[in-house]
Write a protein that binds this ligand. Structure first.
Ligand code: URA
Length: 189
């Protein structure tokens, strides 16, 4: 299956009730041939309207951190969410909605074969790294599983609520930049 075929299939998804209320399915943005995949939680209002992840205030903050380490959502990374459709009223996605939607994310990972996955926030990190993952304790550390390095950092919305964590988040992005240099043998210009 190609990336385009996967995206087309996913866009027709009605496997859970979030499909009934979405404006747009948010498949992801970026370069599916990139070596780094970012995974957020799920679309909010702005993302649902635009069909792109992280386009609200937290997305602007995310873009600043990316720019600080020469990453760009349109060029050298891919950004996806665990859940592709907005939960109404921004409620948390239900476990069964997360389970259904993980099927799409797993196929994205299988096709993309990223070298590094960065989990944005606890919900994503607890799914992708470990159910016990604690962002405040383990952010910025790399864990290897199935040949992919996984790192969890603060969700940008959490940084907007708690700006004192911003220096720690920047350290995580700098650690990511170093890791890209180490394992991908280059830095992005
Ligand atoms: N928060 C997320 O986790 N993902 C988005 O796409 C937007 C906000």
């Amino acid at each position: 299956m190609t990336w385009q075929e996967l995206e087309t299939q996913c866009r027709g998804c009605l496997q859970c009730e979030l499909g009934q209320t979405r404006t747009n399915l948010v498949f992801g943005v970026g370069n599916p041939e990139a070596e780094v995949l970012f995974i957020g939680e799920g679309p909010g209002e702005q993302e649902d309207l635009k069909g792109e992840p992280f386009v609200g205030r937290s997305g602007q903050l995310l873009d600043q951190y990316l720019a600080a380490v020469d990453l760009d959502r349109r060029k050298n990374i891919y950004i996806a969410n665990m859940v592709k459709c907005r939960p109404p009223g921004n409620r948390d996605p239900k476990p069964e909605e997360q389970d259904r939607c993980m099927v799409w994310l797993k196929q994205q990972v299988a096709l993309m074969q990223p070298k590094i996955i960065v989990c944005l926030g606890r919900i994503s990190a607890q799914r992708i790294i470990s159910p016990e993952f604690r962002v405040t304790k383990e952010h910025g550390q790399f864990f290897e599983a199935n040949g992919i390095l996984r790192m969890g950092t603060f969700h940008p919305a959490a940084l907007l609520r708690n700006p004192r964590q911003k220096p720690d988040a920047l350290e995580d992005f700098l650690a990511l930049q170093r890791k890209i240099g180490e394992i991908c043998g280059r830095t992005y210009e």
